[in-house]
Design a protein around this ligand. Sequence first.
Ligand SMILES: Nc1nc2c(ncn2[C@@H]2O[C@H](COP(=O)(O)OP(=O)(O)OP(=O)(O)O)[C@@H](O)[C@H]2O)c(=O)[nH]1
Ligand SMILES: [Mg+2]
Length: 220
Amino acid sequence: MRVYLAKKLREANSNNAADNRRFLEQYGVLMVNIMGSPGCGKTSLLEETLRRLSSRYRLAVIEGDLYTAEDAERLKPWAAEIVQINTEGGCHLEANLIGQLLTSDSPALLQTEMLFVENIGNLICPAEFDLGEDLRVTLLSVTEGNDKPRKYPLAFKEAQATLITKTDLLAYVNFSLEQAMLDLKKLNAEGAIFPLSVKTGEGVENWCHWLEQKLAEKRK
Ligand SMILES: Nc1nc2c(ncn2[C@@H]2O[C@H](COP(=O)(O)OP(=O)(O)OP(=O)(O)O)[C@@H](O)[C@H]2O)c(=O)[nH]1
Ligand SMILES: [Mg+2]
């Protein structure tokens, strides 16, 4: 019985995600689902990305957190529209909730060019739930260790890009960039990989350029 329910839940989410995808297509909005462990640098990456792109594009954020609105406060200065979701303990976002925001509550989310979703910090549940995004982006910080793609493969397997964050700390931690690249390529040959640090700015330009290319492809 439990398996049956899980399957139904997954099917319903996939249908809602497909609806979201059609809707975003209609408006030409590029939706980017940002996933990764607690503290891997999701909000810091968004701060830097929005800071760099907000003068040229209208950017929106759906910020997922269990209880607080602290991350949304950090991103507010650069977002044309920002919505905070508090899941009150829920470990992931689902397509149904995103669909509700897109269709009724916040139409301003669709009067933008890129919509970033910061998912709840964890490498397991968010990977199971398609939100209808164009790009699934998973962060792996060098402080987490090399084994994470092998231990939590789904989050990396289906990502259009993996960002290896906090590379300024490489000299202080036991993390092999070379090994991480090999493991990621084995799991996901097509996915892009961007090592970067928001502290030094190294690699951030490549990531932003890739986003701009993806937006141009969607809108052509
Ligand atoms: N040294 C260094 N620290 C970083 C970098 N990026 C983020 N941090 C730090 O890592 C910590 C967590 O960063 P956040 O951006 O809040 O992480 P998060 O993934 O949004 O965390 P949750 O929303 O709680 O899941 C903060 O202290 C950041 O300053 C980086 O490139 N280098
Ligand atoms: Mg955050």
